[in-house]
Design a protein around this ligand. Structure first.
Ligand SMILES: [Zn+2]
Length: 196
């Protein structure tokens, strides 16, 4: 295991690394990161990428000893297609997003979570009602699963809002909110970012 991954602690695992790639025709392929938190036998997944990644997500979950039907909760940072593609795999999970995002009855609204060490941070800007998930692990490290509030490492390094933002000013404020509390950020479409 590499040093960076060790910072995630025992309970948080990246099932799928987010990415933005150009295919041979020059189209950008969006595929979101997908992370699972397994604590006290409660299993929560944040974002489920695109359908092409369902196999990878399932495989990595199985390696951790879980099947898709074991997952209790799915949180979508927002409901763009590249963050929810494998939601249907998790047949027994309650699915949540911010009320401003909800577009179908299979998804419930979430403002806060009643799970130890896990909280929801409202991080609008890319879209209205975008949320990030904050987890303080057993090492005392605060990890923010940022979705498209910070889609790539470069958004952080260059301090620019997501290229697609309905409100760039709000997007920057959301980035500030995240950076203020995070030791580690899991971007929506990139590998993890260690700040401290
Ligand atoms: Zn998006």
């Amino acid at each position: 295991m590499n040093k960076e991954v060790e910072l995630l602690g025992r309970y948080l695992h990246i099932l799928n690394e987010g990415r933005l790639l150009k295919n041979k025709d020059g189209f950008i392929i969006h595929a979101s990161s997908s992370s699972v938190l397994i604590e006290d036998d409660r299993t929560l997944i944040v974002d489920t990428s695109v359908k092409d990644d369902c196999y990878n997500i399932t495989k990595n979950l199985k390696d951790l000893g879980y099947m898709p039907e074991d997952i209790d909760i799915i949180i979508n940072t927002h409901l763009h297609g590249d963050h929810r593609g494998c939601n249907n795999l998790f047949v027994n999970a309650e699915k949540y997003a911010h009320p401003l995002q909800i577009d179908d009855s299979s998804i419930k609204s979430v403002y806060f979570l009643n799970i130890k060490n896990v909280s929801i941070l409202e991080t609008p800007g890319h879209v209205p009602g975008h949320i990030s998930v904050v987890f303080k692990n057993e090492l005392g490290i605060t990890i923010v699963i940022a979705g498209d509030a910070i889609p790539t490492r470069n958004n952080y390094y260059k301090w620019v809002p997501p290229r697609i933002s309905y409100n760039p000013k709000e997007a920057i404020e959301s980035m500030e909110k995240i950076v203020k509390i995070a030791d580690v950020i899991i971007p929506g479409h990139d590998s993890m970012l260690v700040l401290k």
